[in-house]
Design a protein around this ligand. Structure first.
Ligand code: FCB
Length: 784
């Protein structure tokens, strides 16, 4: 750690891909891709609107000091039907982008295929048709012809394993096929496309040609703690089989021009071998200049005779994919920086002449936008830990020429849509505003000093402690949990490391060995009044985050007194380690009752009665204040508020914010009580219009009420917004679909759900537990 500098000329940058950031999915003659047509997809617009905003994005990269930018070209923007007719407007875009990059001193790296096959080719068989490989080579030529004078480095494909097996085997990605045969055939045709494409690029004069693979070490659960452990014979066989399917299936044909020996029988069983023609391997195996490595997480398996094959790994019967009790990202991916070192060691040993580049590495974590920035400590630690490992790998002789973070921007994460956050830069998808996260500023400093600071990683992990004390992670975990089975010397060494590094043990570390209930209760009331989206987000994220930390989730419905009694009993008898309460209006007596047990409880929403139970809420007061102030700024003077049931804390808060803004302007509130639904919003609006002469604006405490008010205004012949401005609260889906579209206050949904899960995790760790209030934001549309 004494010198954390990187070699002179080491390339720092970021990666993105076309579908995930461009937007403009039907503009300037672009043809549809399989992702535009995929039912789980349709997120392609507006994405980051990079198609229009690329100058701003390039400026951001320049300001952060990036030397390289890896982007992908959308095949169907260039060739709308996948072959034949060229769309010059599409090529013009990449032309402008490349010029902008060069003008900013950033070297462009182009990927030709990052998963967005033209739909027209899919209609003709897609990757299961050999012809697609030839069309890819034509496409490569067309793009090179236009950009080759300025782009020196070309990657043919991105992660063919994912495209073939998640897209054609598991059916989770476009084109959504679920056929082992299709997956193997697609994989071979992608390899062939790489070979033919590389040849086309080279014969057109490309300087540097490569391919990008997702490579992961395959380990047993025990090896996660100690790579050197010898697995049992059965487990070793399971590991080898998955390694062949995931890694060697692609690495060996490309770098050695041959199939791994144990793969052909698996392919033959699923798909026959008719699609592999003589000579294909020669084309696939021609030398490349650069291998791009995408590393995120290891794959963990063990033998289990009864397990059925995973459709993403045809041929994997008898193998169990294990979820492991270790720290994970929000995506649930285990964090294991040492896995990068395993991948690099192996490549260095087996392919010492191949130049490498880390073309993707990064993490999805929940970001909270605060008044003074986005403090994404977890992402920064993730990147920093991986860079430390990379630095050590360079010392061991790995020929890694550069490192590109995934990703520059928060963007569309394929079938997961917008909820995944991998960016160094936060994107607000309603306004497209970009904000630098702390990780971006940290990365800028890394680039500036061409290395890591000498200060220790911000948040040491179990792994850092293990490395410092020179023991396995499991040993650290045992010491942290006070197990007796550790010798006094080892215990002292671990405790010294814990102290020196300032390590705070987390829930995951503890769950490695403690025998607690390892379960968490998620207590819900049936959602009502438009809260469904929030409740379903809570179920989804709380479940995935807590399960990722090794907890079972017990879903409990709290709808009757009897159910309350049952829940209290369940908690009192320690059948769960923690409770997440999602009840209307802060849970009241049940929360108080549970808070008296020793089990940590967290709440969604500020409770009516002040209590010590920490909660996650949104800034309702600030949102209503901002909405009212905006109306006043627009010159509105007679502003009414349609107000849902005032026994609800959210409604009280929204009313308070509204009053507060009026008060500052020397005005008095005009209140019309209402219930929950549109009809009652319409009735309240009618009353206001009848009673208040000159009424020129209405704020409603929910979008449903505002939508009702909008209807009543129209029926009464008022023009919106000319005669009457209307503002809602919540930004539910229906808000942007009204005519005119509703101005409203956006309430973050996913963020609340994630914050809630993390609050409970902190409580389980015994870490700080203050309540979290997330910002709300006015979204101005046409009703004002
Ligand atoms: C990789 C993909 C990239 C992004 C990251 C999170 O597999 O290449 O597009 O989705 O994962």
């Amino acid at each position: 750690m004494s010198t954390a500098r990187f070699p002179e000329g080491f390339v720092w940058g970021v990666s993105t891909s076309a579908y995930q950031i461009e937007g403009a999915s039907g503009e300037d003659g672009k043809g549809p891709s399989i992702w535009d047509a995929f039912p789980g997809g349709r997120h392609g617009d507006p994405a980051c609107d990079h198609y229009r905003r690329y100058p701003e994005d390039v400026r951001l990269m320049r300001d952060l000091g990036m030397a390289a930018y890896r982007f992908s070209v959308s095949w169907s923007r260039v060739l709308p039907e996948g072959a034949g007719r060229r769309n010059d407007l599409g090529l013009d875009f990449y032309d402008r982008l490349v010029d902008e990059l060069l003008g900013a001193g950033i070297t462009p790296y182009a990927t030709l295929y990052h998963w967005d096959l033209p739909q027209a080719l899919e209609d003709r068989g897609g990757w299961t048709s050999r012809d697609t490989a030839h069309r890819f080579a034509d496409y490569a030529r067309v793009v090179h012809e236009r950009l080759g004078d300025r782009v020196g480095t070309w990657f043919t494909l991105n992660e063919p394993w994912v495209a073939a097996f998640i897209g054609h085997g598991a059916g989770v990605h476009a084109p959504g096929r679920r056929s082992a045969a299709d997956a193997f055939v697609a994989a071979h045709h992608m390899l062939l496309a790489h070979g033919l494409g590389a040849e086309a690029l080279r014969s057109s004069g490309a300087q540097r040609v490569g391919v990008v693979l997702n490579l992961s070490p395959v380990l047993t659960p025990a090896q996660l703690g100690d790579f050197t452990l010898e697995p049992s014979e059965e487990d070793a066989e399971a590991v080898a089989r998955i390694d062949t399917l995931l890694n060697r299936q692609f690495v060996e044909p490309i770098l050695r021009g041959r199939h791994p020996g144990d793969l052909l029988p698996v392919i033959e069983r699923a798909a026959g071998l008719g699609h592999i023609h003589d000579g294909d391997l020669d084309v696939i195996g021609r030398p490349i200049d650069l291998l791009g490595v995408n590393y995120y997480t290891p794959v963990v398996v063990r033998a289990q005779p009864s397990a059925a094959a995973d459709p993403a790994f045809p041929g994997s019967e008898g193998i169990l994919f294990c979820s492991v009790p270790t720290a994970v990202t929000a995506m649930g991916w285990p964090i294991m920086p040492g896995g990068l070192s395993l991948v690099l060691r192996r490549l260095t040993r087996e392919y010492p002449d191949t130049e490498l580049m880390i073309t993707e590495n990064g993490a999805d974590f929940v970001d909270v936008v605060t008044g003074d920035g986005i403090h994404d400590v977890d992402r920064t630690s993730y990147l920093e830990e991986h860079l430390r490992v990379l630095r050590a790998s360079l010392d061991e002789g790995a020929r890694v020429r550069g490192y590109l973070v995934w990703s520059l921007l928060d963007c569309v994460e394929w079938a997961d849509g917008y909820r995944r956050k991998f960016g160094l830069v936060h994107v607000d998808f309603a306004t497209q505003r970009r904000r630098l996260k702390d990780s971006a500023l940290w990365y800028r400093d890394v680039i500036k000093r061409n290395g890591l600071g000498v200060d220790r990683p911000k948040r040491p992990t179990l792994e850092t402690v293990a490395a410092r004390a020179q023991v396995s992670r499991a040993t650290v975990s045992r010491v942290v949990n006070g197990e007796a089975s550790v010798s006094p010397e080892v215990r002292a060494a671990v405790l010294r490391a814990v102290q020196e590094l300032g390590y705070v043990p987390n829930a995951a570390a503890r769950s490695l060995v403690t025998r607690r209930a390892n379960a968490v209760a998620l207590v819900l009331a049936p959602p009502q009044n438009g809260g469904e989206a929030l409740v379903s987000a809570v179920v989804q994220y709380v479940t995935s985050l807590l399960e990722g930390a090794g907890k079972q989730i017990a879903l409990m419905l709290a709808d009757t007194d009897e159910s309350h009694r049952r829940i209290v009993r369940h908690v009192e008898t320690h059948q769960v380690d923690g409770v997440v309460l999602v009840l209307p209006d802060g849970a009241g007596p049940l929360a108080e009752r549970l808070a008296r047990t020793e089990v940590p409880v967290v709440l969604l929403g500020r409770p009516a009665i002040a209590s010590l139970v920490p909660y996650v809420d949104v800034d309702n007061v600030g949102g209503a204040r901002a909405a009212t102030a905006y109306l006043l700024d627009q010159g509105r003077r007679r502003v009414g508020i349609i107000c849902g049931p005032t026994d609800l804390v959210v409604v009280q808060d929204r009313l308070a914010g509204h009053r507060n803004a009026l008060h500052q302007a020397g005005l008095h509130p005009i209140t019309a009580p209402a219930g929950f639904d549109r009809e009652s919003g319409a009735a309240a609006a009618r009353r206001l219009m009848g009673d208040v002469p000159g009424l020129d604006a209405v704020l409603a405490t929910s979008d449903q009420l505002a939508i009702g008010a909008l209807r009543a205004a129209r029926q009464a012949g008022r023009r919106v917004p000319e005669d009457l401005a209307i503002v809602g609260f919540g930004d539910i889906d229906a808000a942007s679909a009204t005519t005119p579209a509703l101005t409203t206050v956006r309430v973050p949904v996913t963020e609340q759900a994630l914050a809630l899960a993390r609050l409970l995790l902190s409580r389980l760790d015994g870490r700080h537990t203050s309540s979290v209030v997330l910002p709300t934001r006015l979204v101005v549309r046409e009703t004002t």
